[in-house]
Design a protein around this ligand. Sequence first.
Ligand SMILES: Nc1ncnc2c1ncn2[C@@H]1O[C@H](COP(=O)(O)OP(=O)(O)OP(=O)(O)O)[C@@H](O)[C@H]1O
Ligand SMILES: [Mg+2]
Length: 421
Amino acid sequence: MPVLGIDFGTSNSAAALVDAQGRLQVIALDGARDEMPTAVFFCQETQRVLFGAEAMAEYLAGTEGRLLRSLKSLLGSALMDEYTAVGERSVRFFDIVVLFFKELKRRAEAQTGLALTHAVLGRPVHFVDDNPERDALAQATLGRAAREAGFTHIAYQFEPIAAALDYEQRLPGETTALVVDIGGGTSDFTVIRLNPARSQLADRRADVLATTGVHIGGTDFDRLLDLACVMPLLGYKHIGTGGRPVPSSIFFDLSTWHLIHQTTTRKAMHNAKELWTDFVDQSLHQRLMAVLELHCGHHILAEVEHGKIACSVSNEDQTLDLGFVERALTTPLRKKQLGEALQAAVAQVVACAQDCVQASGLAQVDTVYLTGGSSALRPLVAALQAAMPQAMLVQGNRFGGVAAGLGYCGATVAFDSLQLQ
Ligand SMILES: Nc1ncnc2c1ncn2[C@@H]1O[C@H](COP(=O)(O)OP(=O)(O)OP(=O)(O)O)[C@@H](O)[C@H]1O
Ligand SMILES: [Mg+2]
């Protein structure tokens, strides 16, 4: 029975399975690409629902409709059962997750020619920090969504363990590794003993020496950079009437992928309009209102994310193009800001990595294996290397590693014995 490994990510999702010949097949979920943006777009005009890269492209082209991203961040929260306005209709967030799973299943089946009913779902070490009940609820909700999409048998595996099992396939012998998986929503760590001779074993619990995780990822970096670079142009930290900064919650919502939709409800727009009395510089308030009326919060954040990646890759200052808000409007995103605005968040991530090594009981690990899109973030790589100077840093499969590992898990999983609680 083929078992699909599914990495339902905050920003990107991917899937893989071990085929009848025993070979790993990573599914090209989005055209030629393996990973598919975890994005759903409801098009107002055509009433069509688009997914992945097509959803992002349509939204960024300015088509009227409703974009949903970071759906994973809602798992475990009360919002999951709430309804949200999508054009004329009202749709439950949970049902949007089900739609996404259905589409992922459809694409995987179309590509493999198999009927897929069994799945291993990846999950972060913590969906929700310091709240075991909500964390368990998040996993249960994920499983329920997969079931409603047509998977009848479901098992779960921690995302960093999956990434480690993928790395293990390429190793010549035994090593201890700290697997670092930094994605869009979470940073997950595992200290694990790896040895390809043991890769066929279904139960590897004895080799997992410690896992830790913190709810910080690329979408938090996007928010921090949006607040540092763009939101001041709309009045964030603006000292208004009475010598006080204008109320800031609207700017936090506008910079958070899964909360942006809340800024354009009738009530939120009304409240934002009322804020004009707090502003000394009315041009900032006008720009804020333009952003809300044009519904371009996601577009701004996408531009910030793009600038973050370009700055991290090139190590050069970037210019963000905000011409879709106001003619010729630009703002810099400097590499200095990348370091400064993200410093506290990066420090928390590195501390969580160090906690993991400490909890493992090892004095040090041989290898630090990096996976997940945000593991390429330059200031983060530098901070990790400085914290663990003796370890060898290996840049792994950044986007497909977790799915590949889940595919390997699928080949050995016993469905009733390996369900993580
Ligand atoms: N070169 C880069 N430098 C910094 N960040 C990057 C780079 N490339 C991608 N990212 C970021 O990586 C994140 C996506 O990574 P990934 O696809 O691994 O996340 P995910 O699996 O969807 O999230 P999670 O595992 O937390 O649920 C995004 O926030 C993106 O901005
Ligand atoms: Mg991930």
